[in-house]
Design a binder for this molecule. Structure first.
Ligand code: FE2
Length: 409
């Protein structure tokens, strides 16, 4: 660490990915037990900003630096988002993939708690507090911009009691990555993330015994669930979000052929945000494990979605395939080295050479210490094909692959 790597900045300039080495001022006001650590969660950021301390020190050799603020780009047709916190974009690569996975795991925990609280308020008929959502979307945008695969792959892991909340995080991360692939403007990318985060808020008005029912729904129950887009649209009426976010909430179950609900809209009559949300929503839903069904492998899910003619906007779906790749993030693959691995990040130069987390040796039929391998950086190993997820129980995959990251649950 060189002396010129240590920089004094104002606490308001702090953002995720910075390596905090101390506060300038009364140390009793320091909100953390240790002041030397990588700032990796929205909670820590909030605590630091709430400390009342004006300045702090960061080490730019161990974390992100203060980046220049990018000039705002205008967006035709995009509604402004109120109270958006403008943070400078995080330089790509400021965190390693390993660090980003840790960051994403903590971000998932924070997001789950915040979304749980928002749903609880909405369940009581209160106006959804969407103020924290803009800050959360900013954190998610920065994570996805650094390493899109980290949050997308971690948010696929859902537990019975948190499906709805983690589904919101997953769809948010997928929407941000999709907006980026579609080269939407920075404000539109944030609108997309917010649409993903809030698209199912109307489910807060659906009785929990129906929402979490482990068996198939009766016709009446299904009719009740199908009202959630309209409930959500209503709940966001005074929520301080733009019309395009409310539109995405209302129409994310419409289909291009007009066979969706609630208004049987068709084609381009469905807003772009709603068409994008439809793709991300269905992909995450069918690849997630539920109490009554096992999630599909991401590669199978994509081919099924391509085969459902009339359901999705083909242009949006093509861009989405670019996001998740040939061996989609989260899919189980077999390596030439006879290891099983999970894809954690795509490599844009070669979709057949993603970054993977290897955790199982096929030859010895034993678990091996989880190892992150960037296949674009080695000639010795490569993916030889997709592997059937039924080969290993989901619990084993989760334990071996992400268990370390989820230890704090
Ligand atoms: Fe929905």
């Amino acid at each position: 660490m060189a002396a010129n790597d240590i920089k004094k900045i104002s606490v308001s300039e702090l953002r995720l990915g910075m390596y905090l080495v101390g506060f300038d001022g009364n140390w009793l006001s320091n909100p953390f037990w240790t002041s030397r650590f990588l700032l990796a969660s929205a909670d820590e950021l909030r605590q630091a900003r709430a400390s009342g301390l004006a300045e702090c020190w960061i080490d730019t050799s161990l974390g992100a630096d203060v980046a220049p603020v990018a000039p705002a780009r205008s967006t035709a047709g995009a509604a402004p988002v109120a109270k958006r916190r403008r943070a400078p974009p995080q330089a790509a690569g400021a965190l390693s993939m390993e660090e980003e996975l840790q960051n994403a795991a903590r971000l998932c925990q924070t997001a789950r708690a915040s979304i749980f609280s928002m749903f609880s308020q909405a369940r009581l008929g209160k106006i959804a507090d969407t103020h924290f959502c803009s800050a959360l979307v900013d954190d998610i945008v920065r994570s996805v911009e650094r390493h899109p695969g980290a949050l997308i792959s971690l948010s696929r892991l859902k537990y019975e009691d948190d499906y709805t909340y983690m589904h919101s995080v997953a769809v948010c991360a997928l929407m941000v990555a999709l907006a980026k692939a579609m080269k939407l403007s920075d404000p539109d990318m944030r609108e997309a993330g917010l649409s993903g985060l809030l698209h199912d808020i109307g489910k807060a008005r659906i009785p929990l015994e129906i929402l979490n029912k482990p068996s198939s729904l009766s016709d009446d129950e299904f009719a009740t669930v199908k009202r959630h887009p309209e409930h959500g649209f209503e709940a966001l009426r005074h929520g301080g979000v733009s019309d395009s976010v409310r539109e995405a909430c209302l129409h994310h179950h419409e289909r291009m052929d007009g066979a969706g609900y609630p208004h049987r809209q068709a084609g381009k009559a469905i807003s772009l945000m709603a068409r994008m949300t439809a793709v991300c929503d269905v992909y995450d839903a069918i690849t997630s494990d539920r109490p009554y069904k096992r999630g599909w492998d991401p590669a199978d899910a994509l081919s099924k979605m391509i085969s459902w003619k009339g359901h999705f906007d083909p242009t949006v779906l093509s861009a989405f395939i670019e996001v998740v790749g040939i061996y989609p993030t989260g899919s189980l693959v077999r390596l030439k080295s006879e290891k099983l691995a999970v894809v954690v990040e795509q490599n844009k130069q070669s979709y057949t050479r993603p970054t993977v987390r290897a955790f199982y040796c096929i030859a010895s039929t034993r678990a091996i210490p989880a190892e992150l391998i960037d296949l674009s950086g080695t000639e010795e190993d490569c993916v030889v094909g997709s592997e059937d997820r039924d080969r290993l129980p989901t619990a084993v995959i989760e334990k071996l692959w992400a268990g370390e990251l989820y230890r704090e649950r």
